[in-house]
Design a binder for this molecule. Structure first.
Ligand code: ATP
Ligand code: MG
Length: 394
């Protein structure tokens, strides 16, 4: 066994010492078997949350109604979830209440895909009643049991399937794919936040092209919020070299391809306002970039994050690989990267002129930034002062 399982092993030992079962489950076991980076280690147990609280002194209620508590151990938090079976699915959504059970098999049975329904015990033995390991070796995503029922129970699982395609490059087994075609419209019942969370992972995946093809083939795209609900947008994006692009690049690319208003469109996905602001500013910047190369001042004004974003999408649209190394060199060589770095500030201007503060100051500083970036004057207080005097800015 390896990290991060090793660090979490004492938790399993303690739960077992108290007379209950516990094992690793879900994404961490899947990613371990695939040799991928392991994110969060999830533990499943036969102990109820109340029983767990008696075993561990430091716990946080993170999702107690679903049987999940966080156990703090060695300065880290581990999610431990009681074995549960889900029923009473209403409106094609995850149930509000769950039933705790004492059987690991029952718990694995309610999971979405066979590759996500593998458990690993403290010795590293696998409990794999649905042949998830075989699915992993065949690179197949297959629903646990009847795909038809599983998607009707919780339609978000269809979105999860597509994002796993994007992350892993796997394909769907035939029954799972057919069930998706049949139930795509059920996605309308799922909250935008849950769809967006999965979609963001899809947009970061390496195999987006394959995922987009699946969105089209199954008709899922039609039930997504604005932008990616347009066939031409999804199709055009999938024809470009998008594999290395990240989530924000993909939002910007889709905005460009669709011609839709960035703010109203991205609000429909309930994206954080900071992200919406960045993307709304990036779009005009991208349109400008199509007409001419970056000037030093444009790079300065855009800032590093936005410049990389815009350049990546610009290169992708032009059929090139999104290699931004050259632009980064340009950015790193800017004499100043923010107004704060300018050797002169508003106080200096007032001291030098005895004038009242006013819009003239902003103009003078702005001109000075331009001049410094264009190499007309060095970023030095005295030199900038003389330059400003020569230009009659002060
Ligand atoms: P990631 O590596 O992105 O976290 P994950 O598979 O761990 O992927 P989580 O959302 O963390 O995804 O869920 C943990 C586990 O819970 C899954 O592996 C799966 O077994 C189960 N699960 C999650 N969501 C669902 C769902 N909607 N229906 C059924 N089982 C689910
Ligand atoms: Mg996970």
């Amino acid at each position: 066994m390896k990290e991060p399982f090793l660090s979490a092993l004492p938790l399993i030992h303690e739960i077992e010492a108290a007379g209950f079962e516990a094992c690793f489950v879900g994404g961490s076991v899947r990613d371990f078997l695939l040799g991928r980076e392991i994110h969060d280690v999830d533990i499943a147990t036969s102990a109820t949350p109340d029983e767990m609280k008696k075993i561990f002194s430091k716990t946080v209620d993170v999702g107690i109604e679903h049987g999940t508590i966080m156990v703090i151990h060695g300065g880290k938090g581990y999610e431990v979830t009681t074995y549960r079976s889900e029923h009473d699915y209403k409106d094609y959504r995850r149930p509000e209440s769950v039933t705790f059970v004492r059987s690991l098999y029952e718990d694995l049975k309610r999971r979405d895909f066979t590759m996500n329904a593998i458990a690993m015990d403290k010795k590293g033995n696998f409990i794999d009643p649905f042949e998830g390991r075989s699915a992993l070796s065949k690179k197949v995503i297959a629903a646990v049991g009847s795909a038809d029922e599983r998607f009707r129970e919780d339609a978000l699982r269809m979105m999860r399937a597509v994002r796993f395609v994007s992350q892993l490059g796997f394909h769907l087994d035939e029954k799972t794919e057919n069930a998706m075609k049949q139930h795509a419209r059920l996605l309308q019942h799922i909250s935008v936040e849950r769809v967006t969370a999965e979609f963001a992972k899809l947009l970061n995946g390496k195999h987006k092209k394959k995922a987009f093809e699946l969105l089209l083939k199954t008709g899922i795209y039609m039930y997504l919020p604005s932008l990616f609900n347009k066939e031409e947008v999804v199709r055009s994006a999938s024809r470009l070299e998008i594999s290395s692009l990240k989530e924000n690049d993909m939002w910007l690319l889709a905005l460009y391809l669709s011609g839709e208003n960035p703010v109203t469109t991205l609000k429909k996905w309930r994206l954080p306002s900071k992200k919406i602001k960045l993307l709304a500013q990036a779009l005009p910047c991208l349109l400008r970039r199509q007409h001419h190369d970056w000037s030093g001042f444009e790079l300065f004004a855009a800032g590093k994050e936005m410049a990389i974003l815009v350049e990546s999408v610009f290169l992708t649209i032009g059929g090139e690989e999104a290699d931004v190394a050259h632009l980064m060199d340009m950015y790193d060589n800017l004499p100043i990267k923010s107004l704060k770095e300018l050797a002169v500030n508003g106080h200096d201007l007032i001291r030098w002129t005895d004038k009242q503060s006013g819009p003239w100051m902003g103009k003078a500083l702005h001109e000075a930034v331009h001049a410094v970036i264009n190499g007309e004057v060095a970023n030095n207080k005295q030199e900038i002062r003389s330059w400003m005097e020569n230009c009659r800015l002060i």
